[in-house]
Ligand binder design. Structure first.
Ligand code: TYM
Length: 342
């Protein structure tokens, strides 16, 4: 069988489940914007079907979806250059998701650490959707034949599963139809940690608001959270190995490097030897200068709900030009009767 060459295409998604934070920004959103600047098609998705795998209040879900779209645009995504979509408005995601439910194996899903974390002790009471979540995620990506997926480190296992699903489909049907997607987990902040506890990931579900910088925080809130961030009593090292066993120090240096588009080595060459009393105000100024304009712009866009809804409707139309033929061809490969368009 000849190796198909797939045109480079970038896809990624974020759940509209509220509390969009600095980890989402540095691990994902900022890097979506970097990819948009390259000569490649970029598609970014608000994954509302994934969000309902755990309970979402209907009024909050609408608000969070529009807020996420506002966050995408405020962070620098241009709805003309990138395709911005809400997952439920592009039905081929769920349709291919069903096909992949029939390709993926129970045992694969049972190994997913995110399922184990989210389901907690009472896995019998978790929704079936939460269990099948990674198959829908594979469909999100593969329904575009996407080749590159920028994400934070916590999504690595899901992207490996996406490759397993693509490989099994191709093998079972004797085709070379779905690409082997590359996860793109890059930069200084692929895993931003809580500001209150350097051993815990910064997360939208942490009950402590002080643990994260929200994309909706204003300048004062951002500066205050950084001033109060947990640290240790030592000065900063001038080399990366000096950050070993210092999770809070490492986290703040990683955040600084990612916000300033520098490497950790470059940052430490500048700030090595400084106490946190000196470094924290530097970090607060940098974070405010990068993040506060995003929150201001998000607040402005949230008053333009009709415009946001129009952007998502237009995004869905553009997306379906790609997804409808790929789904049709998938059905054809499987042996489902219908018009063949490819
Ligand atoms: P979600 O909504 O939990 O997170 C969105 C993105 O933010 C990254 N991220 C972080 N990066 C660094 N540090 C952190 N503390 C941090 N917290 C979150 C995540 O890695 C992710 O890139 N399953 C996905 C959504 C999804 C998806 C997809 C992603 C659905 N379909 C297809 C890519 C492609 C999720 O729950 O992300």
């Amino acid at each position: 069988m000849s190796e198909t060459t797939f045109t480079p295409r970038v896809f990624s998604g974020i759940q509209p489940s509220g509390n969009l934070h600095l980890g989402n920004y540095l691990g994902a959103l900022k890097r979506f914007v970097d990819w948009q600047a390259k000569d490649v098609e970029t598609i970014y998705c608000m994954v509302d079907l994934h969000a309902i795998t755990v309970w979402q209040d209907p009024v909050d879900l609408k608000k969070s979806t529009r807020e996420l779209c506002a966050g995408f645009i405020a962070a620098g995504l241009d709805p003309e250059q990138s395709i911005l979509i809400n997952q439920s408005q592009v039905p081929e995601h769920a349709q291919l998701g069903w096909v992949f439910n029939c390709v993926a194996r129970m045992g694969w899903m049972q190994r997913m650490t995110q399922f184990k974390d989210k389901a907690g002790k009472n896995a019998q009471n978790a929704s079936l959707g939460l269990f099948g979540y990674p198959a829908l995620m594979a469909a999100d990506i593969l329904v575009y034949h996407a080749t590159h997926v920028p994400v934070g480190e916590d999504q690595k296992q899901h992207l490996e599963l996406t490759r397993d699903i693509a490989a099994k489909f191709n093998h079972d049907y004797g085709v070379d139809f779905f690409p082997m997607t590359e996860p793109v987990i890059e930069g200084a902040a692929t895993r931003v940690m809580s500001l209150r506890d350097g051993s815990k990931k910064m997360s939208k579900s942490d009950p402590s608001d002080a643990s994260r910088i929200n994309l909706t925080d204003d300048a004062d809130a951002i500066a205050k959270k950084i001033r109060k961030a947990k640290t240790d009593p030592e000065a900063l090292p001038s080399e990366e190995k000096g950050l070993e066993d210092r999770p809070e120090a490492r986290n703040l240096v990683n955040i600084y490097a990612a916000l300033n588009d520098q490497s950790v080595e470059q940052v430490l060459a500048d700030v090595g030897g400084k106490q946190f009393s000196e470094f924290k105000p530097m970090l607060a100024d940098l974070a405010v200068s990068k993040m506060a304009p995003i929150s201001t712009e998000m607040a402005r866009l949230m008053n333009e709900q009709d415009e946001i809804d129009r952007i998502l409707t237009r995004g869905a139309e553009r997306a379906r030009e790609i997804t409808a033929p790929i789904l049709r061809k998938t059905y054809d490969i499987i042996g489902m009767v219908g018009p063949t368009t490819l």
